[in-house]
Design a protein around this ligand. Structure first.
Ligand SMILES: CCCCCCCCCC/C=C/CC(=O)SCCNC(=O)CCNC(=O)[C@H](O)C(C)(C)COP(=O)(O)OP(=O)(O)OC[C@H]1O[C@@H](n2cnc3c(N)ncnc32)[C@H](O)[C@@H]1OP(=O)(O)O
Length: 363
């Protein structure tokens, strides 16, 4: 993991800024926008200027890139900037020096912010302007981040969201594909889903969800695979699968009825009832609800205290609680993914996605 509590120093950052001035090869507009956004975030913090007019294309693109970083901490932006510049410099140094793709991926996540501090590794979903909707790249990066967290020296791993949402679930643009690709993409999607959920089933350390705002779809169903779920009282829990022509995933077809009883599970998973944080807590899906105004302070104070407990004892106790049903969960996960593979190819599902994309329906 390259982003540590220490991060890049101010000196590293200034040296990266100077390095950029010497760069011979134009890195292209996309990279330049990313560099601009991270520079501004690192030096000024969250976007603080009025949105430029629509026809002011260049300044609007710059503003959008900066604004998309939401509340990304200055230190993380500084580290990302240094990582970006170091990737550019090493690829322009000499062709024999080009880093392999896998190495560069290790250097930083594009859709997440990962930090490690006080015995806690935090994985933050970082697409605040899209309500942290999960793209296929994001599923992949979360799996990589979980793998890294399972091996690092932290005690507790946390998943949370940047901005106002925890996550709006699967990014519905994952379905923007031509009809002749649908079958193959659905097959690959089912494998991705099965592997993604599998990482949560097998995660060896205490896993905590810090649900900072509304959660939709898979970001709700996955919660039952966490050991603690702390929610802001602003959070809501919504699983509109039937509205989307889809069916439950992340083992919720088994975990939700066993957690809250079949009648309450049906209300959520079949009929798409949206729960408040208090309701989700009453049903056992959420451990504790905090007022939004003190949410971050209270939760992190609690987690920092927990992270000082003996690491191995925490890990072994978690495994004792979870190991009983692991095999069953993997089987359910495989079956749910298989059923969804079929659902994604149905007219019901495709019509629902088209409705969302053409804004006929907001869930
Ligand atoms: C063959 C296919 C293979 C697929 C492979 C996938 C593998 C894994 C699948 C796992 C399955 C999971 C199931 C689910 O998670 S179901 C739940 C899906 N989520 C939704 O249905 C939510 C859709 N979004 C909304 O209803 C609303 O956006 C909102 C969350 C209620 C927020 O509304 P609000 O009015 O406040 O904000 P906006 O709608 O204006 O949103 C701001 C921008 O963000 C974009 N957005 C938000 N959520 C999503 C999303 N889930 N997918 C795509 N885009 C999303 C929204 O479009 C706005 O973008 P814009 O500014 O460019 O317009």
């Amino acid at each position: 993991m390259s982003k540590t509590a220490m991060g890049a120093s101010q000196k590293d950052f200034e040296s990266a800024v100077n390095q950029m001035k010497l760069l011979k090869k134009d890195p292209g507009n996309e990279v330049k926008l990313k560099l601009y956004a991270h520079y501004k975030q690192a030096t000024e913090g969250p976007c603080n200027t009025p949105k430029p007019a629509v026809f002011d294309l260049i300044n609007k693109a710059k503003w959008d890139a900066w604004n998309a970083l939401g509340n990304l901490p200055k230190e993380t932006a500084r580290q990302n900037y240094v990582d970006l510049v170091s990737g550019l410099s090493s690829s322009s140094d000499s062709s024999s020096q080009v880093k392999p793709e896998a190495d560069r991926k290790q250097a930083g996540y594009e859709t997440l912010v990962m930090t490690s501090e006080d015995g806690i590794t935090k994985i933050m979903l970082n697409r605040p302007t899209k309500m942290n909707a999960l793209t296929t790249q994001m599923y992949q990066e979360i799996m990589l981040a979980l793998e890294a967290a399972s091996k690092d020296d932290s005690t507790i791993t946390v998943l949370t969201g940047n901005g106002s949402y925890f996550s709006s679930g699967n990014d519905l643009t994952n379905f923007v594909i031509s009809p002749d690709e649908l079958e193959e993409r659905a097959r690959r999607g089912a494998i991705l889903l099965r592997d993604f959920v599998g990482c949560f089933i097998d995660f060896p350390k205490p896993l905590v969800a810090v649900v900072n705002g509304p959660a939709v779809g898979i970001s709700v169903t996955i919660l039952r695979l966490f050991d603690l779920v702390y929610a802001s009282d602003r959070a809501t829990f919504h699983t509109p699968f039937s509205h989307l022509g889809q069916t439950p995933e992340a083992c919720s077809s088994y975990t939700f009825p066993s957690l809250m009883g079949p009648a309450k599970a049906a209300e959520m998973l079949i009929f798409g009832k949206k729960l408040t944080a208090a309701e989700a807590c009453a049903r056992g899906l959420v451990t504790e609800v905090f007022p939004d105004s003190t949410f971050q302070k209270e939760v992190w104070t609690r987690l920092k205290a927990y992270s000082k407990l003996p690491r191995n004892a925490l890990r072994i106790s978690k495994q004792m609680i979870r190991n009983h049903e692991k095999e069953k969960l993997h089987a359910i996960n495989a079956e749910e993914s298989r059923i969804l593979q079929e659902r994604w190819q149905s007219d019901e599902c495709m019509n629902a996605i088209m409705n969302f994309l053409s804004r006929k329906a907001k869930l």
